[in-house]
Design a binder for this molecule. Structure first.
Ligand SMILES: [Zn+2]
Length: 261
């Protein structure tokens, strides 16, 4: 007898959970089914219904955020593209010096390779977001490929950590109306930034970059930094943290910043 298709395994499991009103378990099974084969219309329809049934998790009225509220002298530093064994632990050590928490937008294929780093991030109080599985330009993907990229990473993070992710950062900042709509339907908030460390990098020394960033980061800012292997974040992070701390800023996750708590 041939082995059953993973899609039918997950949909059978999901439908069974749904019948006995175990909605979170049903949702998890249908997410796996859609990550394996998003082309299945029935799976996507059921998944959309389950997201509605469990209640969506918008962190702002539009579900799109580029900065947080002012008034508490806080900033959200965000790190894209990790985890990776070169710098994730170092970034965590730097943040710890200031009792800081951050949001890390993980690439699924990296998280799959380094699950211990994913758990270490959570144990240190950081927040996890979804940055797709292979880091493509999502505006060039078919709808099915977009869903697979996003759900594969969501399922992976959930399998590793038990946590559902509700924050998404588009790779390369590439996003459009259609992809935004699809991501919102998958219960993701789109997280942009108002300060991009890369913009200060052009022909500037690390000291000059830090000076310019310190001049521009404001109460409520969301700062785009990276957790990749060769992105230069580590050349500015210690100085940036020290400078922001000296100006009285504290470092919180995107969700904390936006909630104003
Ligand atoms: Zn990226």
């Amino acid at each position: 007898m041939p082995a059953p298709e993973p899609l039918s395994l997950f949909t059978h499991l999901g439908s069974w959970h749904r019948d006995v009103r175990e909605v979170p378990q049903a949702l998890a099974a249908y997410e796996k089914a859609a990550a394996v084969n998003p082309a299945s219309e029935g799976v996507l329809k059921t998944l959309a219904e389950l997201y509605q049934e469990t209640g969506l998790h918008p962190i702002s009225p539009t579900g799109e955020v580029a900065r947080g509220p002012v008034g508490k002298n806080r900033v959200a530093l965000t790190f894209d593209d990790g985890p990776n064994p070169l710098y994730t632990e170092t970034i965590m050590e730097e943040l710890k010096k200031y009792d800081g928490r951050s949001t890390f937008f993980l690439v699924g294929m990296m998280a799959q390779q380094y699950p211990d780093l994913v758990l270490n991030l959570l144990a240190a109080g950081h927040e996890l977001g979804n940055h797709t599985y292979t880091h493509p330009n999502i505006t060039k993907l078919s709808q099915n490929d977009l869903i697979a990229e996003v759900l594969r990473t969501r399922v992976l993070i959930k399998d590793v950590s038990g946590r559902q992710t509700y924050l998404f950062r588009p790779p390369g900042g590439n996003i459009d109306e259609a992809t935004t709509k699809q991501l919102r339907a998958l219960d993701y908030n789109i997280i942009y930034w108002d300060i991009n460390a890369g913009e200060y990098r052009k022909t500037a020394s690390p000291e000059e970059q830090i000076t310019r960033m310190l001049a521009n980061i404001k109460d409520g800012s969301i700062v785009l930094l990276h957790n990749g292997p060769i992105d230069g974040t580590m050349s500015i992070l210690p100085g940036l943290l020290a400078g922001l701390h000296a100006k009285g800023f504290t470092f919180v996750t995107v969700s904390e910043l936006v909630a104003g708590k």
